[in-house]
Ligand binder design. Sequence first.
Ligand SMILES: [Zn+2]
Length: 418
Amino acid sequence: MTPEALFHELLGLGLNWEVTESRFEPASGTVFLDIRERPSFWESARCPQDGGPVFCYDHTDVLNWRHLNVFQHRCEISCRLPRGKCRQCGHVFRVRPPWEGLSIHFTKEFEAFALLLMREMPMAKVAEVTQESDMRLWRMLFKHVDGAYSQADFSNVCCVGVDEMGVRKGQHYLSVFADLVAKRVIFATEGHDKETWSVFIQALEAHHGHRHALTQVSMDMSAAYQQGVKENCRNAQVVFDKFHVLANASQRVDQVRRAEVRLGGAEARESLRRSQWLWRKNPENLSPEEQVRLARIQTKNLYTAKAYQMRLVLQDIYRSASASVAKGRFKIWCRWVRWVARLYKAGIFSPMLKVAQMVQDHLAGILAHWRWGLTNAFMEGLNSVFSAVKRKARGYRSTVYLITILYLVAGKLRLPHA
Ligand SMILES: [Zn+2]
């Protein structure tokens, strides 16, 4: 078997194409495979417009497609692609060869391999490993993700969660919408206001979903989102998910800590120095050293420790067996927080009062957790997805890159797109 015949077999070219030459260029370390069509190609070729018989019109200049490596060596397919002309309508067209991927520079197999790498590592790293330009790789990824996304089906979507992904500190936000049943990201867009909901509903319905099919919407307590749901989705029950309620309480604990550092005596300042991470964790997640430190701080009767305790009790309410039990406990919690706040001076607990007010104002949505709790696990995991996405798209500022990676890793799209 000649090397050309071997490569022909390996590439699975069939009867219509042949490898005319295979050669290795040591200078560039590249294996080139020259391919051309066989005469039999024209017997089965048909016009893409009307299916009429075609004949060979001419050939393009030499084109190259990056293929999978041969051992450690870069491999490229070279071909002067034939252009056909229709005998019926006279249409002239470039033949699409069987190896070509969605981008004109890569073969299907190379694209599938690069997509695999993109799921695992940052784009800059993929460019380094494959020795391809990052922009070429991005263009290829856009084609696959756009193609697969345009065919994504949202007709079964009934439980939706929305969360914000901070893009750059204090500047940009992406609103990310997830199908909580299928556990996939279905839409992301810049901004986080009322309009964002209309944009999402348009996307949902462009993919065979329906606004009134939504029965549950999980989100944080932003008024803009609530307004958006109210105006667009009459059947949706709003659920304020546990994750956001507790994250809010944690932020308020930190505000108490900062106020105490500012207002408290030297001892309070010393105890609380660089302690913010302690208060954000649950006791069971602290390292042994952190546990010792927390225990020591807690003997000092600090306001921060009190606020932290409030947060832990709030969290514990989520272990209640039913919404009615939880409702009673939430109410008792609010009364307790208000009572403690009155005992102490100078509004030190006013951040915690805000949590109590929030719980009271949004109680129905918070209690909806007990009805829909199971579907919310995916929302909590989204944050780690966001960090992974940002890592993979590091160095590329436009949100288009972020959204594309988000769809690649969390959209459950059919990739590679054919
Ligand atoms: Zn034709």
